[in-house]
Design a protein. Structure first.
Lengths: 377, 272
């Protein structure tokens, strides 16, 4: 089997084959299990996760072309549903919402009454999730669910999640999941896992729920040839030009606090926060108070924040991160180095979104390699 | 303990402490016991205006004491609330001073700036339980003497047995009785305590902490006997919102009180 150092496929022998014409039955099985099905589709020239009314909505025959500062959809050479790698967002916005009401405060004759908002969590199944985004999900789980103050809104949706993952069959120019150890093959965190072939899917289930759904599908045994195709395309997806240094090397970034390269990056960085918005592991939020003068019911709302924002380092009357170079350093040192102390691994899963969606085309991997003086290509 | 949705507290009294500075006396509407440590903080909320972290200054007549300085939209609104108003309160959050661990030792308090409530709360506790601790040394620095809050408290502490109060004014021209001119850290030369059997609690700007530490080292105070109360942007109190991330910590959750060696690499680094 073709492979490269640092990557070896574990494509299992217990995969079965689902003909392409039966993909709709997988969709229906999820609906029958009571899930709202969320899947990739093309909206406003990007692949986004949105409620799926049927498999015809999937981005058939479309793929993205990415480069630093670039993301463009075009026709793919193959008529597949999952020939793309990433859209601007993982499924993070469905769990850690861009806006979340924290509490409501109602003015009454007896003073103020506080209450919790109604949750809109429900059983949701996501189709087309990639291994990098599953790794990101597990990091967000650590942050939002496994700390001393579990976030109730995240947790409630997380517990009702069904994941149909897809192994990547190709890698975008900005992908570097092999170097972070997070792909291109999904090895955990899914209920069902697909390998997309030209005429159908290899399907594998994990857990009771995944196996129950799989049992309802008209599958056949997978032929050795089909399995070989799946292995070959996984190996193709593992050929990636960018490489993030390993976790221990990344830890040494903390020795580069006064590196002049932070200043050179800051000359290009617009501090727009796009990188943190598209990052599937970034979790910063700020709180805003919204008044309703008519009803007297006010809301405290949590909205996504970014360590690139001017207010992020604000403490009564002073800003501890006034300079853009300090904010970029804050992001990188936390994400790649001190994150490891907090979550036992780096906060980067190699999805490459921050590279494609940076309007100044700053390439995180290149900058980090430059700073650490190690080129891996 | 309330995590995400505030409980209600009634503003039963306000004590004016200085210019745009009041102590709020808050009575919780719940009968549940409210356990806390000095050095911890609560998130106080006014619906439609916002929520801010305020450290716990004390507990008196079944009321939580919170000293609030008007420095922004929410704190200004809080000072404008009439007595009898209802506020939201979440907390307590973070780790306070491990005062029980300090029993039997000399206590050294170093603070600078206007009304460092976390330290004043700890001093009040030590004074109330005077026999649990040995000598108490209080070092306070301000810009001008009239900036000193709780002047009467300092006078009372000075008159107590085995308690030394040293005050410094950094921007005064003329010396006043009981005062020295200069920085609070310069007072350390006059502080009388047993360096091998003490706990030092520091609250104030990081630059002050950084200049106090070499003096303490000269006196051969062990790093592990130095505790710092750190200030960052706290918006959730739960280690979730990310603003107060410092090295391996979220200051709101893992602090705000830290043992010095734990935060040493990050202390005073510009931009963190």
């Amino acid at each position: 089997m073709p492979s490269r150092p640092g990557y070896s496929s574990t494509v299992a022998m217990d995969k079965v084959y689902l003909p392409r014409g039966s993909l709709g039955e997988l969709y229906q099985a999820l609906v029958d299990e009571g899930y709202e099905v969320i899947g990739p589709q093309e909206q406003q020239d990007a692949i986004v996760f949105a409620p799926l009314s049927g498999i015809e909505q999937l981005p058939w025959g479309r793929q993205e072309f990415t480069a630093p500062g670039q993301y463009r959809l075009d026709n793919a050479s193959e008529q597949r549903a999952f020939h793309w790698n990433t859209g601007p967002q993982s499924f993070k916005p469905w769990l850690f919402k861009p806006q979340q009401v924290m509490w409501l405060g109602q003015e009454t004759d007896d003073g103020i009454v506080f209450k919790a908002p109604v949750s809109d969590a429900k059983p949701r199944a996501f189709i087309g999730v990639r291994s990098c985004d599953i790794a990101a999900l597990y990091l967000q789980d650590q942050h939002f669910m496994h700390g001393p103050h579990p976030d109730p809104w995240y947790s409630e949706q997380r517990r009702q999640l069904c994941i149909v993952a897809v192994n990547c069959s190709r890698a975008a120019d900005t992908c570097f999941c092999v170097s972070t150890g997070d792909g291109p093959e999904a090895t955990y965190g899914y209920d069902l896992l697909l390998d997309e072939l030209d005429d159908g899917y290899l399907v594998q289930a994990k857990g009771e729920r995944g196996n129950r759904i799989l049992a309802t599908l008209p599958t056949q045994g997978a032929t050795p040839l089909q399995q070989r195709h799946a292995e070959e395309q996984l190996a193709r997806a593992a050929r990636q030009s960018r490489q993030m240094p390993d976790a221990d090397t990344l830890k040494s970034l903390v020795e580069h606090l006064s590196d002049e390269q932070w200043l050179r990056i800051a000359e290009r960085c617009l501090a727009c926060g796009n990188c943190t918005s598209v990052c599937p592991t970034c979790f910063c939020s700020k709180q805003e108070a919204e008044q309703d003068l008519v009803s007297g019911e006010h809301q405290q709302v949590r909205v996504w924040d970014s360590c690139f924002s001017e207010q992020h380092g604000h403490i009564a009357g002073k800003n501890i991160r006034g300079e853009v170079s300090q904010r970029y350093r804050q992001w990188v040192l936390h994400k790649l180095a001190t994150w490891q102390d907090q979550y036992q691994r780096s906060g980067c899963v190699g999805c490459g979104r921050c590279i494609s969606w940076c309007p100044a085309a700053i390439d995180l991997v290149e900058e980090v390699n430059l700073m650490l003086g190690s080129r891996h290509d | 303990m309330t995590d995400f949705v505030p409980m209600t507290a009634r503003l039963v009294a306000k004590t004016a402490e200085g210019d745009r500075l009041d102590t709020l006396h808050l009575k919780l509407n719940s009968d549940q016991p409210f356990g806390f440590e000095f050095g911890q903080f609560n998130m106080l909320a006014i619906p439609g205006i916002g929520e801010i972290p305020i450290s716990i200054m004390g507990w008196q007549d079944d009321c939580l004491l919170h000293t609030v300085r008007g420095v922004g939209r929410v704190s200004d609104a809080m000072l404008a609330l009439p007595e009898g108003s209802t506020l939201g309160l979440r907390g307590p959050f973070g780790n306070g001073w491990p005062l029980a661990r300090f029993e039997g030792r000399d206590l050294v308090f170093i603070t600078a700036g206007l009304g460092c409530a976390p330290v004043v709360a700890a001093i009040n506790h030590a004074v109330t339980h005077r026999n649990r601790y040995r000598r108490i040394v209080i070092l306070q620095g301000v810009k001008h003497h009239q900036d000193l809050l709780w002047q009467a408290k300092y006078d009372a502490w000075r008159d107590m047995g085995d308690c030394q109060v040293l005050l410094a004014a950094s921007e005064e021209q003329k010396r006043k009785y009981h005062w020295r001119l200069g920085m609070v850290t310069e007072l350390l030369a006059f502080a009388e305590f047993d360096p091998s059997h003490c706990a030092v609690m520091i609250c104030g700007p990081e630059i002050m902490m950084l200049s106090a530490i070499p003096y303490l080292k000269q006196r051969q105070v062990a790093d592990g006997d130095i505790y710092l109360s750190m200030e960052r942007n706290f918006q959730c109190g739960q280690g979730l919102c990310g603003h107060c991330q410092l090295g391996p910590y979220f200051v709101c959750r893992d602090g705000p009180v830290f043992c010095y060696p734990d935060v040493k690499p990050w202390l005073g680094v510009k931009g963190f």
